[in-house]
Design a binder for this molecule. Structure first.
Ligand code: NAP
Ligand code: ZN
Length: 428
């Protein structure tokens, strides 16, 4: 079986049947459609090209080197690859080292040696099954979606990368590529169910995707972004999730110079939101529950950070904000912040993924205020935030740790005690 099929992200297959069945939300997509092109070809045309390619895929696994690899001299892995990973087998952990299999490198795939992987609070929600009502955790759970790695092999159809390049992987590793949302560069909103970097089902094998708490990964090139030369690789990794998640609302709501932006929750996402909004020359206010973070918020450019407990300060800020970005991982009474929105302004919640609390209808009606949500960003937007930050030397404030320190790191994130993102050195 190994030599007759190209395995897709941990095991789903694209063999003669081409029934890849990569999915989320119980829907399946077709692996042929996962063949994304970075070129200017019409995307639908490209997918029919991809179809032909996928049909020949089983043959490719029999050749020792691909055309691209021949150019670089790098061998392409033609069978599943053993990788070291850190995962948990239950909601209570602990994280431990384990061996996993990555799929063989298909024609459109790159093989990455993972250098760094950030720890996002989403990893913690997932590993602890805190999203059970809408995204139950499959075990073993191997999170990680802020991944920077070195390309060590490329499939024969890969054009974007060569061996030795540095690539980044965020929250997505596949999508159907043909639905309206994918065609609009909104792969995260794929109508057929995007494949997320971890915990996405692969019904063809019964397996699920494994994230970046690992030393190797195989990803279609479309879902790998270019990391510009010269950037701080460890401090760039968090941009792949925390960066794009906060960049996307700033883009969507067309935040412009001179506007007032509020960032609620000053953690991994929050501190990057501040840097991005400051780079847009906005007037940024941080709303924090941690007095010890006020100095850092100011250093990053936030004017007059406000403690949630300071009712007088909150009252004084009523009707002043063009955009509020809430990064708090749990629901909380939101009305106190809705009050701060100007006429027609929006509070975009990117943190709490549960029933929101205490928002009064009349207070939205009065002032035509909105509460919105936003999920990461598509691949083009992910590349955009990486390039935007590289050009301005924007990077995350990080604490680099070893993978065997994950358990303690999780506790510190939950206790709001990280300044401001843990990034694991996956080579340690
Ligand atoms: P984080 O580093 O833990 O930061 C969250 C911050 O929120 C904390 O540092 C803290 O800031 C504040 N906070 C935490 N618990 C709180 C509570 N109970 N009440 C009030 N404030 C609290 O987490 P993150 O990695 O930035 O992720 C934040 C959330 O965004 C998570 O739920 C994650 O799953 C979600 N997320 C969503 C997307 C998306 O696409 N929408 C993408 C990535 C992550 P202060 O100390 O300043 O109060
Ligand atoms: Zn994340």
């Amino acid at each position: 079986m190994k030599n007759q099929k190209i395995e897709v992200n941990g095991g789903a297959t694209a063999g003669a049947s081409s029934a890849c069945a990569i999915s989320t939300h119980g829907k399946t997509c077709n692996e042929q459609n996962a063949d994304h092109s970075p070129s200017m070809l019409d995307r639908r045309q490209f997918f029919s090209k991809g179809l032909a390619l996928a049909a020949t895929a089983p043959l490719l696994t029999h050749v020792a080197t691909s055309a691209s690899a021949a150019q670089t001299g790098a061998p392409v892995a033609t069978s599943p690859i053993s990788a070291r990973a850190y995962g948990t087998k239950s909601t209570t952990g602990p994280f431990q080292a384990m061996e996993i299999q990555r799929r063989a490198v298909g024609p459109n795939d790159v093989l990455l040696d993972i250098l760094y992987c950030g720890i996002c609070h989403s990893d913690i929600h997932q590993a602890r099954d805190e999203w059970a009502s809408w995204n139950p955790t499959r075990f073993p759970s191997i999170p990680g979606h802020e991944i920077v790695g070195r390309v060590t092999a490329v499939g024969r159809a890969v054009t974007k990368f060569k061996v030795g390049d540095i690539g980044g992987v965020g929250c997505l590793v596949n999508s159907c590529g043909t639905c309206d949302n994918c065609l609009a560069d909104r792969e995260q909103n794929c109508l057929n169910g995007a494949t997320f970097t971890y915990n996405s089902p692969e019904p063809a094998t019964g397996g699920h995707t494994f994230g970046g708490y690992s030393d190797k990964m195989v990803v279609p090139e479309h879902f790998v972004v270019r990391i510009p030369a010269g950037v701080d690789l460890a401090a760039t990794a968090p941009l792949l999730c925390a960066g794009v998640t906060t960049f996307s609302p700033i883009q969507h709501w067309k935040v412009a110079s001179g506007q007032r932006v509020g960032v609620i929750g000053f953690g991994g996402l929050g501190h990057i939101a501040v840097k991005l909004a400051v780079a847009r020359k906005t007037d940024v206010t941080v709303f924090t529950t941690s007095p010890g973070k006020i100095g850092d918020a100011k250093k990053m450019g936030a004017r007059n950070p406000v403690l949630w407990s300071d009712a007088a300060a909150l009252k004084a800020l009523a009707n002043q904000f063009d955009l509020l970005i809430s990064t708090v991982p749990k629901a909380y009474p939101m009305q106190q912040f809705v009050n701060l929105l100007k006429l027609d302004a929006t509070l975009v919640n990117v943190g709490a993924m549960e029933a929101l609390q205490q928002v009064h209808g009349i207070d939205l009606i009065h002032g035509r205020k909105s509460i919105a949500g936003s999920m990461i960003g598509g691949m083009a937007e992910t590349q955009q935030v990486i390039d935007f930050c590289a050009a301005r030397n924007i990077k995350a404030d990080i604490e680099v740790i070893r993978p065997d320190q994950i358990n303690r790191a999780y506790e510190r994130v939950v206790n709001k005690d990280v300044r401001y993102r843990f990034v694991m050195d996956m080579t340690a």
